[in-house]
Design a protein around this ligand. Structure first.
Ligand SMILES: NC(=O)c1ccc[n+]([C@@H]2O[C@H](COP(=O)([O-])OP(=O)(O)OC[C@H]3O[C@@H](n4cnc5c(N)ncnc54)[C@H](OP(=O)(O)O)[C@@H]3O)[C@@H](O)[C@H]2O)c1
Length: 426
C-alpha cells in the first residue's frame, strides 16, 4: 500500500464522534477500499476533558492548526455558517488540503466561493452528509443522474419536522406539545427555529438544487415556510381526503428558471414520500427520461452521517476528482428564480369563522372574485359560540390567486385566525 492518507478531524460531537468510532472499528476494511492506510493524525473540539469513548491521539485545542499541519484531508464537523467552521474550511483549502464537511449552513451560504477556492487549489470539497444525512443523494445527483437531466427534486429533508408531523398524526396532539416531547427525547434542538421554521430544509435544498440544475446555491431564492401553524385538525382533514402533511423542500425547473420552496404540502397517503415516517428522510428525483427515483433512509444521527462522511474521506483518498457541485464552479449559473406564486396545484384551505349568517357566502364571493373554484367543502360545527372550521379543496389554481382571495377573506372580522393554505401534491 502507498503512503497513508492523513486525516484531521475538527468537531467530535454527534457526527465527529460517529466518524471516529467507525474509523476505529472498520479502519482496515476502509483503508483497503481507499487503497491507502487511513490514519487520523489530528483531532480537535472544545473540551478535551469530555468523555467521548475513543482515543484523542493528535489532540489540539486550536482547530485551525489542523489546516496548517500535514493532514491530506481536513474534516470539518463543528457546524455554523461563519466563525471557526468557515475559517477552518477556507484555511484548509487555501493550504491545498481536501475538505470533507457535513455543514449545510456553510455551503448553502458560501458554497460557490468555496468551490472556486477548492478548484483553484486542485483539491476537493465534499459534503455528502450535509443533505439527507446517510442517504447518498449528493453522489446520486453529482454523478449518477446526469445523463438525462433533472426536472425536479422533492424531499423530506428535516427529520425533526417529519418526526413532529408523524407524531401529531398518530397521537392527535398539537404542534407545541409534540415539539416539547421531541426536545425531551433529543429529536429537536433546545432552539428548534432552524428546523421547524424550514431554514434547515432550505440549506439542504439549496445544495441539492445546485447539484441538480447547475446553478450556484442561492438561499435567497428559496421561499420558506415552516410547520408551526399546522394543526391536528389539518392533519385529520388531510387524512380524510387521503393525504398526509409533510414539510417538503422542492426545487423544479420551470423553463430556464428554477422554482425553489420549502413548505408544508399534502402528499397522497400511498405515495413514497407519505410513507417516510418519524425522523427519516426521503428524496424523490424526477430524472427526465431516466424516470423517477426515490431515496429514503436516516437523515441524521451518528452512524448514518458518519457513513456519508467516511464515503467522502475514502473518495478523497482515492484521488477520484470531482467538481464540488458536479461541474466547474465557473460554469455554475446564477440562479434565475421562477415566480413561485405562479405554481399551480389544488389547494387545501381552512378557515376559522364565526357561525353567523353570510360568512360562507362572503368566503365563496372572495374566492370566485380571485378565480378560485372549489371542488369540495367540509364544515365542522363545534360547541355553540365557538368558531366553525370550514375546509375547502380547490381545483388546480395558481398560488397567487389563492393568496389574493385569502388576503381579502382574512381581513373580515368574522374570520378568527389567519386562513391556512396547503398545496396538494400530485
Ligand atoms: N447531528 C446530525 O445528525 C447531523 C446530520 C447532518 C449534518 N450535521 C452537521 O454536522 C455538523 C456537526 O454537527 P453535530 O451534530 O455533530 O454537532 P455537535 O454534536 O454539537 O458537535 C459539534 C462539535 O464541534 C465542537 N466545537 C464547537 N465549537 C467549537 C470550537 N469553537 N472549536 C472547536 N471545536 C468546537 C464541539 O466540541 P465539544 O464536543 O468539546 O463540545 C463538538 O465536538 C454541523 O454542521 C451539522 O449541521 C449534523
Amino acid at each position: 500500500m502507498s503512503a497513508s492518507f492523513k486525516i484531521a478531524i475538527a468537531g467530535l460531537g454527534t457526527v465527529g464522534g460517529g466518524v471516529m468510532k467507525a474509523l476505529a472499528a472498520r479502519g482496515g476494511e476502509l483503508s483497503s477500499r481507499a487503497g491507502r492506510r487511513l490514519e487520523v493524525v489530528g483531532v480537535s473540539a472544545r473540551d478535551r476533558a469530555k468523555a467521548r469513548g475513543f482515543a484523542l491521539a493528535g489532540w489540539t485545542d486550536d482547530p485551525l492548526s489542523l489546516a496548517k499541519g500535514d493532514a491530506d484531508v481536513v474534516v470539518e464537523l463543528i457546524g455554523g455558517e461563519e466563525g471557526i467552521a468557515r475559517q477552518l474550511v477556507e484555511t484548509a483549502l487555501s493550504n491545498g488540503k481536501h475538505v470533507v464537511t457535513a455543514n449545510k449552513a456553510l455551503l448553502a451560504k458560501h458554497g460557490l466561493a468555496l468551490a472556486r477556492l477548492a478548484e483553484s487549489k486542485g483539491v476537493t470539497l465534499k459534503f455528502e452528509a450535509a443533505a439527507a444525512g446517510g442517504i447518498p443523494i449528493v453522489k446520486a445527483l453529482r454523478e449518477g443522474l446526469i445523463a438525462h437531466g433533472v426536472n425536479a427534486v422533492k424531499g423530506i429533508l428535516n427529520g425533526t419536522c417529519n418526526y413532529i408531523l408523524t407524531e401529531m398524526e398518530s397521537s392527535g396532539r398539537g404542534f407545541a406539545d409534540v415539539l416539547k416531547e421531541a426536545q425531551a427525547k433529543g429529536y429537536a434542538e433546545a432552539d428548534p427555529t432552524l428546523d421547524v421554521g424550514g431554514g434547515d430544509t432550505a440549506h439542504k435544498l439549496a445544495l441539492l438544487a445546485s447539484l441538480a440544475f447547475g446553478v450556484a446555491p442561492d438561499l435567497n431564492a428559496i421561499t420558506t415556510e415552516g410547520i408551526e401553524h399546522i394543526t391536528p385538525e389539518d392533519i385529520a382533514f388531510a387524512s380524510e381526503f387521503g393525504y398526509r402533511i409533510k414539510l417538503l423542500g422542492i426545487a423544479r425547473r420551470v423553463g430556464n428558471q428554477i422554482d425553489q420552496k420549502v413548505q408544508p404540502a399534502m402528499v397522497r397517503v400511498r405515495s413514497a414520500l407519505a410513507n417516510v415516517s418519524g425522523a427519516a428522510n426521503g428524496v424523490l428525483v424526477d430524472a427526465g427520461e431516466a424516470g423517477p427515483f426515490f431515496f429514503s433512509g436516516r437523515g441524521a444521527g451518528d452512524a448514518p452521517t458518519a457513513s456519508a462522511v467516511i464515503a467522502d474521506i475514502v473518495e478523497a483518498a482515492t484521488g477520484a476528482p470531482s467538481f464540488v457541485f458536479g461541474r466547474p464552479a465557473a460554469s455554475l449559473r446564477p440562479l434565475d428564480p421562477a415566480d413561485g406564486s405562479k405554481a399551480v396545484s389544488p389547494w387545501y384551505l381552512r378557515f376559522e369563522v364565526l357561525d353567523v349568517p353570510g360568512v360562507l357566502a362572503s368566503i365563496a364571493g372572495h374566492l370566485a372574485e380571485a378565480g378560485v373554484s372549489i371542488e369540495s367543502m367540509i364544515q365542522r360545527v363545534r360547541a355553540p359560540g365557538a368558531p366553525v372550521a370550514i375546509v375547502m379543496i380547490t381545483h388546480e389554481t395558481a398560488q397567487a390567486s389563492v393568496e389574493r382571495a385569502l388576503k381579502a377573506i382574512g381581513a373580515s372580522d368574522k374570520v378568527r385566525a389567519r386562513p391556512c393554505m396547503i398545496p396538494m401534491e400530485s
